[in-house]
Write a protein that binds this ligand. Sequence first.
Ligand SMILES: C[S@@+](CC[C@H](N)C(=O)[O-])C[C@H]1O[C@@H](n2cnc3c(N)ncnc32)[C@H](O)[C@@H]1O
Length: 377
Amino acid sequence: MSQKRKVIKLATVFSGIGAVEQALMRLEVPFETVFACDNGERHIDIDYDAEMKKIRKLSGAKEKKKYTERLYEKKSRKINFVKQSYLANYKIKKDNFFEDVKLLDGTDFNGNVDLFVGGSPCQSFSVIGTKGGFNDTRGTLFYEYARLIKEIQPKVFIYENVYGLTRHDKGKTWNIMQQVFSELGYHYTFKILDSRNYGIPQGRRRIFVVGFKDEAAYKKFKFPEEIKLKYTMQDFLEDNTAPGSLQSVNGKLVKVNKLRGKPEEKYYLSEKLIAYCLSPGTKNFMHAGAKIDLPVARALLSTMGNLHRSSVNNYVTTNGRVRALTIREAHRLMGFPDSYNIVVSKAQAYKQAGNSIVVDVLINLAREIINAEKWNK
Ligand SMILES: C[S@@+](CC[C@H](N)C(=O)[O-])C[C@H]1O[C@@H](n2cnc3c(N)ncnc32)[C@H](O)[C@@H]1O
């Protein structure tokens, strides 16, 4: 007799291009998105406290969402490109994509979320206070994340952030954040995970906090074991693979076929980036047998255009040559298979990929959470 699998009720904030959604899809775990929320880095000038008071009085999430959207329409002419990417890739009712975490009323979703995921942008930490506790984080996006946990009461949450967070303000910020997680009444644990230990040849260390409402599930949970790296960065380059060849099979990225013939030779890099590539400390992407030597770099400098993008350290070396990563390669190196639809401009796509969580890390983490919660039984 076949058993029906649990459909995980997922909610995300700072949703970006949906790394956790990708992870669950790759694990072939059924899930339903209760809501996603991302303002596409558009910032509006309003009195948030006053607006939130008004929003809380409206009846139902739909009304509240409409109100927020109207505020954004009035105050910002910019387009939400993150929303465009998200809607082009994931099944979600339009009514369930929210603009701004600061204007999201979590009480509408109380008790209706299994897994709540978010990584607040790190620039907001500088204002965290010194006394400690929940209210001392007010005015930060971390506060909004914690507030939403309090209001929604998800079974499990995952909070992700840059590794440097633990050292910010001599560790004080991180101490306060830990205090907040404890005040929320969750059993939580944290670890720094590096994507190069979870199948992706990119050095990217991030802190992951996992909180459980249920103590038994918390006790059962362990962070995923590290995996020996099978691929090199070269395996992810379009020079070496046919377009559309990085596919997802049973939770793993699989290279389907190699590109035959001469790779396209286009190299764009800024002088600044070359200097960066040549500096001894540059190890963010692992280089596979390719070295950029000084004469090659100097020759390139004279011919190169200017295509450096921030957010992703997007240089590659192929047999001593240097060029920027293509947008598809940037997504591959964040664990997104070629089936991921890129629907925004190159500039936006680089930025969105660079902001994401590496999918393969989340695949391994989500698998452990699902086992601990027995959601697969
Ligand atoms: C570091 S990125 C996280 C991306 C995400 N973890 C992913 O997997 O793609 C931060 C995201 O927060 C969004 N953001 C910033 N301020 C926000 C706000 N007030 N409300 C909602 N989203 C916001 C940004 O647009 C950006 O996509």
